[in-house]
Write a protein that binds this ligand. Structure first.
Ligand code: ADP
Ligand code: MG
Length: 263
């Protein structure tokens, strides 16, 4: 069998507002900028990755909901973005019902995995698939993990960060045991980091001492330009490449690529 030439990474954390979508968009952009061919799969019913990449809901003929129901292929959903070599499979609100609709469907955990394999066969230059997960550890996130080589966890430096981390680590272990033996933790990304804030530094210290070099050296700072970019339908890297947040994502991408080459 041929080894696939692409890698699938799930960007997951059951908490909302920790930087999953921001990380997916900007990491995807940075990877595409160095020549990778990237597909972002929007698996959150909120569709923030789709909107943030300039694909409003009115322009989404087919969505990842149709893909999970096997009523469309990923390639049918695919939309161009402002970034060359970066495309997106958008989501829609109806995705919120998918968890329940698929409950008694055979092979429901592998719907996305199968769809990505089919897409990769149609797009031979594909090198990365990044999956933007919803804020839960339900069937959608499990589908993402079952389809992935590794998981990226954005972690906001706040008080309950470690408890939340333990929970998602258990889910990764369960998916590895039951559905996807190859699944790894690619790494943990500290997001919305504020070095002047004691709590941010304390959380950083304890996450680094528990998780060692699984934590990326690059922490993403809290940066207003990053939060402004989505309303312009652009990644922060296009909106303001020089801002501290964009520069951090560029460094993060370098670390991710190094780790991927070692994998
Ligand atoms: P999630 O996908 O985990 O729910 P988002 O990526 O949507 O999280 O981020 C939540 C909010 O925080 C968004 O409004 C986003 O623009 C903002 N945000 C994310 N990262 C940063 C950052 N580094 N600095 C400032 N705002 C950020
Ligand atoms: Mg999100």
């Amino acid at each position: 069998m041929n080894t696939p030439q692409y890698r699938t990474l799930a960007v997951a954390n059951q908490k909302g507002g920790v930087g999953k979508t921001t990380t997916t968009i900007n990491l995807g952009t940075a990877l595409a900028a160095v020549g990778e061919r990237v597909l972002i799969v929007d698996l959150d019913p909120q569709g923030n990755a789709s909107t943030g990449l300039g694909v409003p809901s009115s322009e989404r003929e087919y969505t990842t909901y149709d893909v999970l129901r096997r009523e469309a292929a990923l390639i049918d959903t695919e939309k161009a973005t402002p970034v060359p070599r970066l495309t997106i499979a958008p989501s829609g609100m109806d995705l919120a019902g998918a968890e329940i609709e698929l409950l008694d469907v055979a092979n429901r955990h592998y719907r996305l995995r199968d769809a990505i394999a089919e897409y990769a066969a149609q797009v031979p230059d594909l090198t990365y698939v990044l999956i933007d997960c919803p804020p839960s550890l339900g069937l959608l996130t499990v589908n993402a993990m079952a389809a992935s080589h590794a998981v990226l966890i954005p972690l906001q430096c706040e008080f309950f960060a470690l408890e939340g981390l333990a929970q998602i680590m258990r889910t990764i272990d369960q998916v590895r045991d039951r559905l996807n033996p190859q699944l790894e933790l690619q790494g943990i990304i500290l997001t919305m980091y504020d070095g002047r804030n004691n709590l941010s530094r304390d959380v950083e210290d304890s996450v680094r001492s528990h998780m060692g070099d699984k934590v990326y050296k690059t922490a993403i700072p809290r940066n207003v330009r990053i939060s402004e970019a989505p309303s312009h339908g652009k990644p922060a890297l296009l909106y303001d490449l020089k801002c501290a947040g964009s520069q951090a994502y560029v460094r993060l991408a370098t670390e991710v690529i190094q780790r991927e080459r070692a994998a």
